[in-house]
Design a protein around this ligand. Structure first.
Ligand code: SAH
Length: 251
């Protein structure tokens, strides 16, 4: 049984108890060295074999897994954040299916959740936005035609854009072309939950220049929307006149 594990966004305490236990018990660890904090591997057995997938191809990763399985050794595959978000995770599972190797997945704290925590913001503010769009802009990897930034921006929902901070000028221009007013708040979170975390705040008009001035070129999320502002309705959940399954409201 191979375990895919979400390592969390960076802070080594932001991994699940289960993920940490499986890493500590593993004989073979394959981790995404470009983003996983090496400190999450600190409890590994001294004799554990550790591979950095940053320099490996898919067939190489699979053959390490297959060899480990055949030798009866415990293999874990450690992804940054949660594997289900831009993890190139599915293609590994498909290969394991083909080889008849069993696996399971231990979720992790995605960087977009660590970013909200760093900013102390809620993505789903009542009467502001109740929808969160996770996306990216095309770079060397294309985007499906129906998911162009302009089309997604038309909703003016909360948007979290991965893998795109290197193209801030184009991104902020296209977000406005799609429908967000120029004064829409935008914030960039660099290395959420790491010790050198940085937050840059602005609007769609000035965020690109501020990000450039801060020298941020990668490992950052772009967040956009009125959820960053201070105007919103109070929730019904805690409204004293609102009755729900667990509490009777006052008349
Ligand atoms: N599976 C990961 C995302 C992998 S894609 C997750 O769930 O978070 C890699 C992109 O994620 C980076 O280019 C950056 O946009 C974002 N990212 C990953 N870790 C981050 C962090 N700690 N802070 C900000 N952005 C991060």
């Amino acid at each position: 049984m191979i375990h895919f594990i979400g390592a969390g966004p960076g802070d080594p305490e932001l991994i699940t108890l289960k993920g940490k236990r499986l890493i500590d018990e593993a004989d073979i660890i394959i981790y995404a060295g470009s983003l996983v904090n090496p400190q999450v591997l600190q409890g590994a057995k001294p004799e554990a074999e550790i591979y950095n997938s940053a320099t490996m191809t898919l067939p190489e990763v699979i053959s390490v897994m297959q060899a480990g399985e055949e030798q009866g050794r415990q293999v874990v595959r450690v992804h940054t954040g949660d594997p289900s978000i831009y993890g190139a995770h599915r293609e590994q599972m498909t290969e394991l299916d083909r080889l008849g190797i069993a696996y399971d997945v231990v979720p992790g704290v995605s960087s977009f959740l660590a970013a909200a925590a760093a900013m102390k913001r809620e993505y789903t503010l009542p009467e502001v936005s109740q929808t969160v769009i996770l996306t990216r802009m095309e770079g060397r990897t294309p985007m499906p035609e129906k998911e162009q930034i302009e089309a997604l921006a038309a909703h003016q929902a909360t948007m979290i854009i991965f893998l795109s901070v290197g193209q801030m000028d184009e991104l902020s221009r296209r977000l406005q072309q799609g429908g967000y007013p120029a004064d829409t708040p935008a914030a960039v979170v660099y290395k959420a939950s790491w010790q050198d975390e940085k937050i840059v705040q602005g609007t769609l008009t000035d965020i690109a220049a501020k990000v450039q001035a801060a020298g941020i070129r990668k490992t950052a999320l772009v967040t956009v929307g009125r959820f960053l502002g201070d105007e919103f309705a109070l929730s019904k959940l805690y409204d004293e006149t609102f009755t729900h399954a667990y509490r009777k409201g006052k008349a």
